[in-house]
Design a protein around this ligand. Structure first.
Ligand SMILES: *[C@@H]1O[C@H](CO)[C@@H](O)[C@H](O)[C@H]1NC(C)=O
Ligand SMILES: [Zn+2]
Length: 300
């Protein structure tokens, strides 16, 4: 069954890109090292993700906090399997300004990167350390309506990244959201982005650099913000990675969905100048999230 599935995939995948974890099944898809053969930007000089070397970041006092708009509004979000990850679509009422970004940005979607079988799976690493998981919230600069329109602007996309830390604490703010998703299928009603990330006033401290989308076409249009403050997941959640039933378009389990870190190529990583008191971790209980993603993906 599996080999048939792989053959079926191969017939359609010669021009497809894939993560390293998919490569063994389907040797005609393009793994990250070969993305640039089909997507030239992936071989560019401002690529993401990167390893952030904290001893080399430049502290910059001109990096103010963000203003989040609509983060506490109750919204309906839809979950979509994009073949390489699951996206949670956000309405245009969710926005941000500030953070030294040149304009107003509308949220488009958020998604996660993770590992598998206990392996960490963040895209950005800090001093070489890979974190268990990473949340990306994608925003498009106004008045652009899509990534295609924004891709020629170095700051056409604002990507907010949160790294997750493994803790023993469970905390249930997402319980209702998870349960609702199970009932409705692909829509989570009455979701608030503030359920999963802290408010802007608690996010003064962050890293900033110019980079790219981390999936093809690797558009070099992203102002990256990697928050110093981590979100937490329980150890139980980390161990439940292996139960993820989400599948790639190749039919394999959706694990290790992160791109390897890319060279800095002369770029500077800045760090906002903020108080060092922001060490407390937002407790975030994501114990059921893999199950949710699995359910969603099996529907598609
Ligand atoms: C969410 O969906 C429900 C049911 O379809 C609808 O009544 C409600 O107005 C929607 N809320 C928003 C903010 O769109
Ligand atoms: Zn991402």
């Amino acid at each position: 069954w599996w080999s048939l599935r792989c053959l079926w995939c191969c017939a359609f995948s010669a021009a497809q890109w894939c993560y390293q974890s998919q490569y063994s099944c389907d040797d005609t898809c393009r793994d990250p090292i070969h993305w640039s053969a089909q997507f030239p930007s992936c071989g560019g000089l401002r690529q993401s993700p990167i390893n952030i070397v904290t001893s080399k970041v430049h502290v910059n006092s001109a990096l103010p906090p963000f203003n989040f708009i609509g983060h506490t509004d109750a919204i309906n979000i839809t979950v979509e399997n994009k073949g390489h990850s699951a996206h949670f679509a956000l309405p245009q009422s969710v926005r941000l300004t500030g953070g030294a970004l040149p304009g107003h940005y509308r949220a488009a979607q958020f998604h996660f990167h993770w590992g598998g079988n206990g392996r960490p799976g963040s895209e950005h690493t800090i001093d070489g350390e890979r974190y268990p998981m990473e949340l990306h919230i994608v925003h498009i600069k106004e008045p652009y309506g899509s990534l295609a329109e924004a891709e020629h602007d170095m700051a056409g996309i604002a990507l907010l990244a949160f790294l997750f830390e493994e803790t023993s604490d469970d905390y249930p703010p997402l319980d209702a959201v998870i349960a609702a998703l199970g009932r409705v299928g692909t829509v989570i009603p009455n979701f608030q982005l503030s359920d999963i990330i802290p408010s802007a006033k608690d996010l003064h401290s962050y890293y900033r650099y110019v980079g790219s989308m981390t999936t093809p076409g690797c558009e070099q249009a992203v102002a990256w913000t990697v928050f110093h403050r981590t979100l937490s997941i329980s150890s139980r959640q980390v161990s439940s990675y292996k139960e993820i039933q989400c599948r790639f378009w190749t039919g394999q389990p959706m694990t290790d969905i992160f791109r390897p870190t890319q060279p800095l190529d002369g770029r500077v990583v800045y760090r906002s100048k903020a108080s060092a008191a922001l060490t407390s971790v937002t407790r975030l209980w994501l114990g059921v999230l893999p199950v949710v993603l699995g359910t969603t993906c099996l529907i598609h």
